[in-house]
Ligand binder design. Structure first.
Ligand code: PGA
Length: 251
């Protein structure tokens, strides 16, 4: 892993009321050792961010948002801005998750606007990319990754992206129990790193953390983490139970 600090992130998606979120966060805060080798981030729903931050603020756990809008404020009913997220204690923002792309009309262009807004407010973006099953079958995986990475980061320069994280999440592996093989993950991660190197140069590509996402569980995390370009995981379903997530974090 070439000295990059691993990051394990839990994406709670549309799960947990405030009380449920606080309880899970309390268990995590009690169990995750300070100054561990692995950085840990959780992304609760918007409604629970502030309360969860209260629970984890003196722990090593970082807070992340699952999405944001690119405008600072305005008449955008139902949307949440980067400044609002920052004020709850968020340090990270997940952007361009495949569920946003599939179900909510997210495009590479809006992903790019969101990334820029996150950076402008010192939120570390976690840019999600990944191919569908049809795209993999059609051998278009690299083409899709190239487009999603390059368009998602359009107009940005290396100096703006020191804390960029990219999550490779093959759509066919999300919530399906079908994990990519460690070789498929490594190949895609290596390709993403080479795209970033070509575009932004070697120093950024070297420190870029690339997370794997898609049915990560306690029984597959350690194998994934042996791969040279896998720097952590973005965990959905298996992050909802504190005990299971703790097992993944201590892979
Ligand atoms: P999963 O979700 O772990 O439930 O497959 C991963 C994700 O969507 O980030």
């Amino acid at each position: 892993m070439s000295g990059r600090r691993p990051l394990i992130a839990g994406n709670w998606k549309m799960h947990k009321t405030c009380d449920e979120a606080v309880k899970t966060a309390q268990t995590l805060a009690r169990s995750i050792p300070p100054a561990g080798d692995t950085e840990v981030m959780i992304a609760p729903p918007f409604t629970a961010l502030a309360q969860v931050f209260d629970v984890i603020k003196n722990s090593p756990i970082e807070l992340g948002a699952q999405n944001l809008h690119w405008k600072n404020q305005g008449a955008y009913t139902g949307e949440i801005s980067a400044a609002m997220l920052k004020s709850t204690g968020c340090g990270y923002a997940i952007i361009g998750h495949s569920e946003r792309r599939q179900f909510f009309g997210e495009t590479d262009a809006t992903v790019n606007l969101r990334i820029k807004a996150a950076i402008a407010h010192s939120l570390n973006p976690v840019l999600c990319v990944g191919e569908t099953e049809e795209e993999r079958d059609a051998e278009a995986t690299f083409k899709i990754l190239d487009r999603q990475v390059n368009k998602g980061l359009e107009g940005l320069v290396a100096d703006q992206l020191p804390d960029l994280v990219i999550a490779y999440e093959p759509v066919w592996a999300i919530g399906t129990g079908k994990t990519a093989t460690i070789d498929q993950a490594q190949e895609a991660h290596w390709f993403i790193r080479s795209l970033v190197e070509k575009r932004f140069g070697n120093p950024l590509a070297n420190c870029l953390r690339i997370l794997y996402g898609g049915s990560v569980k306690p029984n597959n995390i350690s194998d994934l983490m042996t791969m040279a370009d896998v720097d952590g995981a973005l965990v959905g379903g298996a992050s909802l139970e504190a005990e299971t997530f703790i097992q993944i974090v201590s892979y």
